[in-house]
Design a protein around this ligand. Structure first.
Ligand code: NAD
Length: 529
């Protein structure tokens, strides 16, 4: 059904694809009867065809959910320590086999190898964290009962069943797998619909999980577009984890709301970095380059607004522009490129439309702004604008590309006002030598993560702490305690000893109420919570 079309004779970047059976093996893991047809993908690196994917229709998805559900019932009885051991073995495999994964991530997303490595590292972090911490997060806890001593109350965290994950194309390894790991270790099965442009990468990651010891039926992968395949997952899963745009997130939330199943939504952002008057520019300049242009800006937590204090703006801007101009564009399958390609034609068109609109309305291009077909079909230059106003689309809309606007701000208050002047609330960054001040500014910013003296990686990589969006950037969190307990239902089991919560035999209702009133006052007086 599936085939590799990239030709290693004419395209040296297709070297991994010499063996078409590899792609056949990968796509053979996907559930598809053939009724859903096929979908062809291309690599953004060259525009060459990459693979033919078997598409799952709604019946295929229903079958996948059924198989996963059956496997889940057995998996939920496996001790947490054994489930966690799978994650810890997966951690090692991801790091050992990284070269193959990096090739796939690059081929499917077009990003530079260093940025592909962020995904490998992210998988290892999530696997280690949940491998080591899941037992603690999932441990049952005793609570004070209604009658102290006589009521024994225990809170349990039961798996929800089948978790449906719909992941986007921009982080094909990370976003397909890191949200699945806590779901699995909590005792759930997963049905994953990766974006078509990340399907091979996701399948290769699942292959490693199975090699690490995960029962194969427990992780079902269905391939195909958002509609019908992604929608079919949302229509059937016991819990939905969606990552993508705010517009699609609203649709997913509507379906989940109608079905009364839980959902976490990781959506878009319009993220601000603030360079305060006392920032160390030797660190802030390269930090801004990383924050704005990693994965060519196709990163939900990427910085698209650069608020620079007027005291340092004239020192910061020329150094920043110089650093951006020194970046090496690359579509090679090896290390060394500072920025790769955009993912597809639509992404390129959106980027160019934002630049054109801003320039037509008076913005100045300090560097970049053009497509670079000499490097790759969807490659564009990292771009810095100044003079962006509210009349321009790129002021408030997410470009999701390598475009950043410099805003001059005369005070911390103005920087905070700019950061909060958006419907989104995902990520922010503050650069200052005074870390206490940085934290105070962070507290005033409406964003789910704020990095002080880093762009995005310190908060994202602090995997024990929750990550997600405020406002239109999402609902729920990934990472840490929240990132695993969302995949569970809390269940309270309370056993009552000796007496019931009712009048004793031959005690009148009124006497019972009086006794309980005295008891309640005593409970408060002795400090019960
Ligand atoms: P998109 O919403 O158009 O698509 C996201 C995914 O949803 C795609 O794979 C698509 O196939 C699928 N989809 C579409 N309709 C669906 C439906 N009805 N049911 C289920 N799935 C459906 O977004 P995009 O433009 O492809 O991705 C970029 C967006 O994703 C940006 O806004 C970005 O900020 C956001 N994003 C957010 C995070 C985060 O963690 N917050 C991470 C990555 C990307």
């Amino acid at each position: 059904m599936a085939d590799v079309i990239a030709d290693p004779e004419t395209d040296p970047r297709a070297t991994w694809a010499v063996d078409p059976s590899r792609v056949r093996d990968l796509t053979a893991r996907a559930v598809a009867s053939g009724a859903g047809g096929e979908l062809r993908t291309q690599t953004p690196l060259t525009g060459a065809p990459l693979a033919v994917l078997p598409v799952a229709d709604a019946r295929d998805v229903a079958g996948a959910v059924q198989v996963a559900s059956r496997a889940q019932r057995a998996w939920a009885r496996v001790p947490v320590a054994e489930r966690a051991a799978v994650l810890l073995r997966f951690h090692d495999l991801v790091l050992e086999r990284q070269s193959d994964l990096l090739d796939l991530v690059q081929l499917e997303s077009g990003k530079a190898r260093l940025h592909a490595f962020e995904e490998v590292a992210d998988c290892a972090l999530a696997a280690r964290h949940y491998g080591r911490s899941a037992a603690g997060y999932l441990r049952e806890s005793r609570h004070l009962g209604v009658y102290p001593v006589l009521t024994r109350t225990v809170e349990h965290h039961r798996p929800r069943g089948v978790v449906g994950i719909v992941s986007p194309w921009n982080y094909p390894l990370s976003l397909a797998l890191t949200d699945a790991l806590p779901a699995l270790v909590a005792g759930n099965a997963v049905v994953l619909r990766p974006d078509p442009q990340g399907s091979l990468t996701a399948l290769a990651g699942v292959e490693l999980l199975i090699e690490a010891g995960l029962p194969a039926d427990l992780f079902q992968v269905v391939l195909g577009p958002g509609e019908p395949t992604g929608q079919a997952v949302v229509d059937r899963a016991d819990y939905v984890c969606f990552t993508g745009s705010t517009a699609t997130g609203r649709k997913v939330a509507q379906t989940a709301g109608r079905r009364l199943v839980g959902a976490s939504l990781e959506l878009g952002g319009k993220n601000t970095m603030y360079v305060a008057a006392d920032a160390d520019l030797r660190r802030a300049v390269p930090g801004a380059v990383r924050a704005c242009f990693s994965s060519a800006g196709q990163l939900c937590i990427s910085i698209e607004r650069l608020a620079v204090h007027t005291d340092v703006v004239d020192a910061f801007v020329p150094r920043f522009v110089e650093a951006v101009e020194a970046m090496r564009l690359s579509t090679e399958l090896h290390w060394g490129g500072d920025m790769g390609s955009l993912a597809n034609e639509a992404q390129k068109e959106r980027f160019l439309a934002h630049v054109e609109d801003a320039v037509a309305k008076g913005a100045r291009v300090l560097t970049g702004g053009r497509a670079r077909p000499d490097v790759g079909p969807f490659v564009v230059e990292p771009t810095v604008l100044e003079g962006v106003t509210a009349a321009m689309a790129c002021r408030d809309e997410e470009t999701f590309g390598p475009l950043v606007a410099i805003h001059r701000v005369p005070s911390d208050d103005d920087a905070v006002r700019l950061a909060n002047d958006t419907e989104y609330g995902l990520n922010a960054s503050v650069w200052t030598r005074d870390v206490r001040r940085g934290r105070d500014i962070a507290a005033r910013i409406e964003a789910g993560t704020v990095n002080v003296n880093e762009g995005y990686a310190s908060a994202w990589g602090s995997i024990a702490s929750p990550m997600g969006g405020m406002k239109a950037s999402g609902v729920g969190r990934r990472h840490g305690r929240e990132g695993i307990l969302k995949y569970t239902e809390s269940q309270t089991v309370s056993s009552q000893h000796l007496v019931g919560i009712s009048p004793l035999p031959r005690q009148s209702d009124e006497a019972f109420a009086r006794t309980l009133t005295v008891a309640l006052k005593a409970f408060k007086a002795v400090g019960l919570k």
